[in-house]
Each structure stands twice: as C-alpha cells, then as structure tokens.
Write a protein that binds this ligand. Structure first.
Ligand code: HPA
Ligand code: ZN
Length: 340
C-alpha cells in the first residue's frame, strides 16, 4: 500500500513506546470540567468549545500560561489517578506498549498539593494500566526551569521517599533565558541518587543549550532537540553517540517551532543518522495523541514505511527499559512488520 491511508493504518498498528508526554498535558477539556466540578473550582471557561478555542498559540509561553491554569483542577489522589488512567487507556488504543511520562510536581506543590498525593495517584494508574492493558510505564520528575535552583532542590528532597518509583529527572517549562547550566548541581545530585537524566533542549533554545544538556546535565535523552540541526558538529556528535531525540511533530506545529509538517526536520534527522522518535508532548493541547502524530507525518508525505518502523524501533531503544525488555518489544515489532 502506498496511499496515505494505508501508511497511516500501518503506523497505527506499530507497537511503540512513548517517551515524551507531560501527564498534565493530557488533561482533556471534558476532564478539566469534571474535575473543576468535583473539586468546586472556578475555571475561566464556560464550555469545552471555549477551552479548545483558547488553544491558539504562537510560542511555548502562550501554551504554558494556559497549561498551568488548567492544572489547577488537579487536587486529589483520585484526580491524578483519573488523569493518568485516561492517558494510559488512550495510549493503549494507539498500540503504545511502554510509556515514560513526565510530571511537574512543582505545579502542584506550589498550590499546596502534597508531593505524596501526586505520586500515589500516578502509581495507582500505572498499576491499573499494567494489569488492564499490559502497558508498562516509568515516571520522570521534571523541574520547572523558570523556577530557581533552590526550588528544584526542595522538590528533589520531597522525592526522597519515592526514589525507587522514579526513573529519571527532566527539565521543562520556559526554555529561553533558563539554560540547562542553571540546574547543573541539581542534576548532579539526582545522578548521585541513581536517577537518569533527560532535558528539554533545542525546542526554542539555541544549539548551545543542547550542548549544555549533554555536557553539564549529562542527559541520556534530549527532549525535542530540533535546533541541534543548526550546528553540524553537534548533529554529528548526536548521531555518533546514538543520542535519542524525543521529537513531537504536532507540538512543534502548534507552538510554531516549525512552519508546517511538510518541512518538519524529522526526515532530515533520520537521514543524518539521529535516533529520533515520535511523541505527543501535550496531546490534549496540541491536537493529538501519538498515533495522530504518526498520522500527521504520514500525511506530510516525506516518510515511508521503513522510516516509521525505524521510529518505532528507536522508541524502544531509547527507553529506560532493560535489555531483555527492549529485545522482547523489538521482537514484537518485527513480528508486526512481517505481517503488515
Ligand atoms: N516544552 C517545555 N515545557 C513543557 C512543554 C513543552 O513542550 N510541555 C509541558 N511543559
Ligand atoms: Zn515537552
């Protein structure tokens, strides 16, 4: 099949991992309203359509302002369980077999919600997803980079009882003006605690921020990484070291990081040997879950079946699963490819 419909169906069926999704970014307007009602919280929208109409962004900060506002409806353990449960159900339907999800504890603890409430809700949803769908998952604690180093250390302290439940720390929120080096000591401390490291870099920030993420934060993965392509030496280094890039096409489009998907850098990334993956970022805000992102790139016309199979393969290779688990997922992927 060479038509876009056939290619989209092929990508939908691929077993895949999702490595870049903010759980707060999976809050659908319908759930936002339900939780606002359950918790008796006023939200600045009258209808679900009002909410969706507000999702017109020209840059990252436009989105972040509304994303932090939306997160205010999340208050109880049940809220976090329901939020993550809805995401896992949605992801399972997209043939996601493993998800490594970001959460932003500071967005909640700064409103007086205890760290433990967030963790307990998320852990319950993770258990449910494993039992119901066989979908495994890991948690990545993200520091908000617009806040200071002390605040990040406070969050790392609050995480101490839960270290065994966390795979990694990450870095998100407003990139420009908040370079990775600001969190050098926090990431070093997290590393000493046995946590892996990832960071958003090169979404809006320059290649220099990508270098800092590599050299100062010692990241295992780069989230986005688009602007690394502006620097040929850096691109060659990323290819040589098989650094995973968690690329988010619909996010890039919605936040005007790219002009359109026809010229999205993903095909160039693959051509230059980068270990790129496809992810949804904040699917409730950016117009689609992981398969919508695969489908949007299929429609854009610059990737073929082989490229999509490689992207799915990269998603398992770039995960924090152990070698045996990765091999099992790759075998399932190969079985799918031999049938498709
Ligand atoms: N970039 C930075 N911070 C974020 C994002 C993003 O795409 N989504 C949620 N927090
Ligand atoms: Zn992100």
């Amino acid at each position: 099949m060479t038509d876009a419909g056939g290619l989209i169906a092929f990508t939908a069926g691929l077993p895949k991992a999702e490595l870049h999704v903010h759980i707060e970014g999976t809050l659908e307007p319908e759930l936002m309203f339900a939780l606002a009602k359950r918790n008796r919280i006023d939200i600045p929208f009258k209808t679900v359509d009002d909410v969706r109409a507000a999702y017109a962004f020209t840059r990252l900060q436009d989105f972040l302002d509304i994303y932090y506002e939306g997160a205010k409806v999340l208050r109880t353990e049940a809220d976090f369980r329901d939020l993550a449960g809805a995401y896992f159900n949605r992801a399972a339907a997209d043939n996601v077999r493993h998800a490594e999800i970001f959460f932003d504890p500071q967005t909640h603890t700064d409103r007086g919600i205890p760290f433990d409430v967030v963790m307990k809700g998320l852990l319950q949803a993770q258990d449910d997803a494993r039992r119901t769908h066989g979908l495994t998952s890991k948690l990545i604690l993200c520091f908000l980079r617009h806040l200071d180093e002390d605040a990040a250390f406070g969050t790392l302290d609050a995480a101490q009882p839960w270290l065994h439940k966390l795979a990694a720390v990450g870095l998100d929120s407003s990139e420009i003006g908040h370079p990775p080096r600001k969190f050098a000591r926090v990431f070093a401390a997290a590393s000493d605690m046995g946590l892996k490291r990832v960071a958003h870099a090169g979404e809006e920030g320059p290649p220099e921020y990508v270098r800092e993420a590599l050299d100062i934060l010692n990241v295992h993965r780069l989230d986005h990484g688009n602007r690394a392509l502006e620097d040929a030496d850096l691109t060659a280094r990323l290819a040589r070291t098989a650094m995973t890039l968690t690329v988010c096409p619909l996010s890039n489009l919605k936040l005007c990081v790219v002009k359109d998907l026809e010229t999205h850098p993903l095909p160039r990334m693959l051509a230059q040997g980068l270990r790129a993956t496809i992810n949804s970022d904040d699917p409730a805000y950016f117009g689609g879950y992981i398969n919508d992102n695969y489908a949007a790139m299929a429609k854009a016309g610059s990737l073929d079946r082989g490229a999509f199979a490689l992207l799915a393969r990269n998603s398992f290779l770039g995960s924090f699963l152990g070698d045996a688990e990765v091999s099992a997922h790759l075998a399932a992927l190969d079985a799918y490819l031999s049938r498709a």
